[in-house]
Design a protein around this ligand. Structure first.
Ligand code: MN
Length: 717
């Protein structure tokens, strides 16, 4: 099915150019590029049988539809000349200058992709696109136009290559067009891809649309008339466009399980007005007459999408009970919605200024995905990791969530509040203690969804948890968490090594400063092959060298053997408590002071109920020597102990959820929570399961750091 419009001539392109380029020199420059390309491609033919020059002509025409600047259009004409014809870089530079030649070289590089496996091929492709984009985004725009025309003439390609090309267009180029906001190209690429990838689905939808077209057109027309009358009555100058949904977007919704008849926005209107204020005014007027469908209203004017898209969206019950999706926006917003980053060219105020530099800086400043790519490229990753991250996390499957202030944050699908926190700022990520999504507290591994409003609870003394590494989606978040720990582990090892060396020195009655003289330090460094005193500590801390062996380098004579460690074993391995001298005896943990592993404990011999174990400072213990006996914890067990704490808060507010959050965050389970006083200072009694004293103390410490908590302590009944 040859596209009838394919066979165009230069005049058609020129007519279009003259609508937005006034400068004669620029127009002549473009014509020179056309003639050069025509001459160079002379005698070459497309697979469709047409003269080769029809391809550059169409690419240039597509570029004019997004008002591309003269250099871009010229490069569009020349884009295949370096690769396919007898023309050198020098010749092109001489004739068309460096800018245009660089653009053509960029596009040529993108076409020359060497690959052995599909994965390598993709990696190569992405890498080139990404590099191209960061150098000059116009390279990618030309590539998109090039691919769009090739997709339009894909019928001429052998069938086995059709699907490959279609998939590439759908998976790589359409998402890039989307992120650049070039809706026109994105939408056509998607429809064309679908036609070749799933022809049955494509034609099925097309046919259904066709069948219902008359009725839909009439309904849309009637609704349009109503809206025009309504807005005119209120003196709002406007223009209304009927709006065709793309086949691909319908396919997408059907694919998500919706029925054809349920797809609201089959009936769609777009209202264009002059000012932002009129957008809201028009919305109010329409809502006053047509009842809006709940939760379908979206304000992308106040909160633009990351690809700069702005518009009001609403769905109303229109005439005859049909649902209408209505978009309301200004002409400027419409320009951005259609052409995205390329709309930069259309703005009158940019004429005459350095549009190339402006376009690039707008791309870098305004497009979040661009920033993400730049950020990713700063991380130390293999090129495969890098490209896969870009593919998974930047180009595809993104969700958009909001900060409480309404800023949009773009995250990969499956992202959690931790990803969100790190994306806002690394410091926010590192001090995260909890998250509130749409007013409810969620666990930190909660999967975020589109349009969620996310608030992160932080505590400046809090640090990341290693478990987070498995809770996050974005590679970048994972790398940031990992780097926190690699940094910290090093610090921990250094501290530990220093401590152990000092301890050993004290044992040998050596003075630290006498021992680590410059000369001695140097000698140790040379012997164990490290560079500094810090490295010596590190090697002692991470176990590479023992403190003894390090000290022996200087102080050989006074080697002291390490004290023997006596291992305590017990046959009664299942019990919490090891009672000296007794193997099997009934032991229970006292309720009054609920001891946990690690507490100092004392056994109390009850009358007929075995041994009751108390914390040694429990006031219920009658310290009768003959009724108590020494007991100790069985360190072989890995269990949790039930205990109770009291938390005193300083506000009348209900902090139950906050408390639950803080506690469960530390991997402590809550057995029960109750309020035991209801004055201004609320006291909570919380029953928890902890692994031991260490965990419990950490919890109390972190509770005490909360603003609303006066103090927290263990309960002693
Ligand atoms: Mn081409």
């Amino acid at each position: 099915m040859p596209n009838k419009k394919d066979n165009i001539n230069y005049e058609e392109v020129n007519e279009k150019l003259k609508t937005y380029i006034e400068d004669e020199d620029q127009l002549n420059f473009i014509k020179k590029a056309y003639l050069f390309a025509k001459e160079k491609h002379e005698g070459q033919y497309r697979k469709s049988g047409e003269e080769y020059i029809t391809h550059p002509l169409n690419v240039a025409l597509i570029l004019t539809s997004i008002y591309a600047d003269y250099e871009t259009v010229a490069a569009g004409f020349l884009h295949d000349v370096l690769e396919d014809c007898d023309c050198t870089v020098d010749e092109m530079t001489e004739k068309f200058g460096e800018n245009v030649t660089k653009l053509v070289q960029g596009v040529t590089k993108l076409s020359k992709i060497h690959f052995s496996t599909e994965n390598e091929y993709l990696i190569d492709y992405y890498k080139k696109i990404i590099v191209g984009m960061s150098e000059d985004v116009r390279v990618i725009i030309i590539k998109l136009a090039d691919r769009l025309h090739n997709m339009r003439t894909l019928w001429a390609t052998p069938e086995d290559r059709q699907k490959v090309k279609a998939r590439e267009a759908l998976e790589i180029l359409a998402p890039i067009a989307h992120h650049l906001g070039i809706h026109k190209i994105k939408s056509e690429l998607e429809d064309l891809s679908l036609r070749y990838l799933k022809p049955d689905v494509f034609y099925d939808i097309a046919e259904k649309l066709n069948k219902t077209k008359l009725e839909r057109d009439r309904t849309v027309y009637d609704m349009q008339k109503e809206v025009i009358d309504l807005l005119t009555e209120h003196n709002i100058t406007h223009e209304i466009k009927g709006r065709a949904k793309s086949i691909y977007s319908i396919y997408n919704k059907l694919d998500k399980g919706k029925k054809f008849s349920d797809i609201y926005d089959l009936l769609a209107l777009r209202i264009l007005v002059n000012t932002e204020q009129e957008c809201y005014l028009a919305l109010g007027i329409i809502h006053s007459k047509f009842r809006p469908l709940p939760r379908r209203f979206k304000d992308y004017i106040a909160m633009p999408k990351p690809n700069m898209y702005q518009s009001l969206h609403t769905t109303v019950f229109g005439i005859d009970g049909y649902l209408f999706e209505i978009q309301i926006r200004t002409y400027d917003m419409d320009e951005v919605a259609e052409n995205g980053i390329a709309s930069h060219w259309a703005y009158k105020e940019n004429k005459g200024s350095n549009t190339t530099a402006n376009l690039q800086s707008t791309t870098e400043q305004k497009l979040q995905f661009f920033k993400s790519i730049i950020d990713l490229s700063k991380d130390k990753m293999s090129s495969e990791e890098f490209v896969n991250s870009v593919k998974d996390e930047v180009l595809n499957n993104n969700i958009y969530v909001f900060t409480p202030k309404g800023d949009v944050i773009e995250l990969p699908k499956g992202a959690t509040p931790i990803d969100f926190a790190y994306k806002v700022h690394t410091k926010v990520g590192e001090t995260t203690t909890g998250a509130i999504v749409n007013n409810s507290i969620v666990p930190l591994n909660h999967e975020l969804k589109n349009n969620d409003i996310v608030r992160i609870i932080t505590n400046k003394n809090s640090t990341p948890s290693k478990e987070w590494i498995n809770m996050v989606k974005a590679t970048q978040t994972r790398n940031k968490i990992k780097s926190f720990f690699t940094k910290n582990e090093r610090e921990i090892y250094i501290e530990r090594g220093k401590y152990n060396i000092e301890k050993e020195l004290r044992k040998r009655k050596l003075v630290f400063s006498d021992f680590f003289t410059d000369e001695n330090t140097k000698k140790i460094c040379q012997t164990i092959k490290v560079d500094s005193l810090e490295d010596i500590y590190l090697s002692a801390g991470n176990g590479k060298n023992s403190p003894n062996s390090i000290i022996n380098i200087i102080d050989k004579m006074k080697e002291v053997s390490a004290p023997k460690v006596v291992k305590v074993t017990s046959k009664n391995i299942d019990a919490d408590i090891i009672v000296s001298g007794i193997d099997k005896i009934k032991v229970n943990l006292a309720n009054c002071c609920s001891p946990v592993y690690g507490d100092d404990i004392i056994g109390y011999i009850t009358k007929g109920n075995g041994i009751s174990v108390h914390r040694s400072n429990c006031h219920n213990l009658t310290m009768l020597e003959n009724r108590t006996l020494e007991v100790k914890w069985n360190s072989n067990l890995n269990k949790r102990y039930l205990t109770s704490i009291l938390v005193y808060t300083n506000t009348g507010k209900n902090h139950m959820l906050d408390l639950m959050q803080t506690i469960t965050m530390m991997n402590i389970s809550v057995d029960g929570i109750k309020t035991i006083s209801k004055t201004d200072e609320v006291i909570y009694e919380i029953n928890i399961y902890v692994t031991g004293l260490d965990q419990l103390n950490k919890l109390l410490l972190s509770l005490d750091k909360q603003d609303y908590i006066l103090k927290s302590e263990r309960l002693m009944r």
